[in-house]
Ligand binder design. Structure first.
Ligand code: OXD
Length: 311
């Protein structure tokens, strides 16, 4: 089998994958066009359109990340070719740490102390008990479920939401439109871990933001398209004085990198990170890629992406 790898550091992935799959010929997109065209499988992260169009006998695609939105939205994607995505290959634990940090950032008032420091202001705020700081997690896939459990293990009451009913230990699970309204009404930090699909786009909008209790905070290590940015800026209000939304910790944006002129960069109550919450751990990811390619080649049943659902 010939596998074409396309990702930053593709040589590293190619060599490590070749060691795991000695039966395969593994090439990168720097290989000659004739070799690329004859690829049986693609292992890719955000491939250019032309690369997806080239192979003529493609049997499967492995998405080298958890979210398949970039791949499904790529006009070069051939229809009918099965896609496998990385399951939690250790990203969930990393994203969980990011979210725990962000929740504590607000619950222990680090945002306020940072602003006070700018004025050399020595003023202590009473600690709000964790039990009185409900956290909402939208999206209970492999990553959302793990993150929800990690935050719950820290002692916060956690409410999770998914489109269809789920049940998780230590997490109060809600679903559907009514469940979303019930969750929004009670959480002090809202965490977004939904996939980017037509159904989730702008799920955080003027209406949902106004359903949050005053002073709630937003944490988005998921996808930028989940948030209506104009509504977010409106809910934050201007300047240092807390608006209806106390602050936001954002790792994902509809266009990345975030444009230098975007007002979020300079907002005093917004923290921006460059899509670093859940980098893919190479070793575990490669094991999954090798496993998927072997299953594809052997015609074994394999858990593929549903392009209509978007995940
Ligand atoms: C992913 C990501 O989907 O890094 O894996 O965003």
């Amino acid at each position: 089998m010939r596998v074409l790898v396309h990702i930053d550091d593709a040589e590293l992935w190619r060599d490590a994958l070749a060691r795991r799959l000695p039966e395969a010929e593994v090439i990168t997109s720097a290989a000659p066009e004739s070799a690329r065209r004859a690829a049986d499988y693609l292992a890719v992260w955000k491939p250019p359109e032309w690369l997806l169009r080239e192979p003529t006998a493609l049997k499967g695609i492995v998405n080298l990340g958890a979210g398949v939105d970039a791949l499904l939205n790529n006009p070069g994607l051939p229809s009918g070719v099965p896609i496998v995505k990385l399951r939690d290959a250790g990203m969930a634990e990393l994203i969980g740490d990011y979210v725990r940090y962000a929740v504590l950032h607000f619950q222990r008032d680090f945002d306020r102390y940072r602003r006070q420091q700018a004025h050399a202001e020595w003023r202590e705020h009473a600690v709000v008990d964790k039990a009185d700081w409900p956290v909402g997690v939208l999206g209970l896939g492999a990553i959302g479920a793990k993150v929800a459990s990690m935050v719950a293990a820290d002692g916060f009451p956690v409410h999770g939401w998914s489109r269809s009913p789920k049940s998780l230990e230590a997490v109060t699970c809600h679903h559907g439109d009514a469940g979303l309204a019930a969750l929004l009404a009670r959480v002090r930090s809202l965490v977004l871990l939904l996939p980017d699909t037509p159904a989730t786009r702008h799920i955080v909008n003027a209406e949902t933001l106004s359903a949050l209790p005053a002073g709630a905070s937003l944490i988005n290590p998921g996808r930028g398209t989940l948030v209506d940015e104009a509504a977010l800026l409106e809910a934050l209000g201007e300047g240092e004085r807390e608006g209806r939304l106390r602050g936001a910790v954002l790792d994902a944006f509809p266009e990345e990198p975030l444009a230098a002129e975007n007002p979020l960069w300079s907002h005093p109550r917004v923290w921006i990170t460059p899509h670093m919450a859940g980098p893919t751990p190479l070793g575990a990811a490669l094991d999954q890629v090798a496993e998927a390619l072997r299953a594809f080649a052997a015609g074994e049943p394999i858990d593929t992406v549903d392009p209509a659902a978007g995940y």
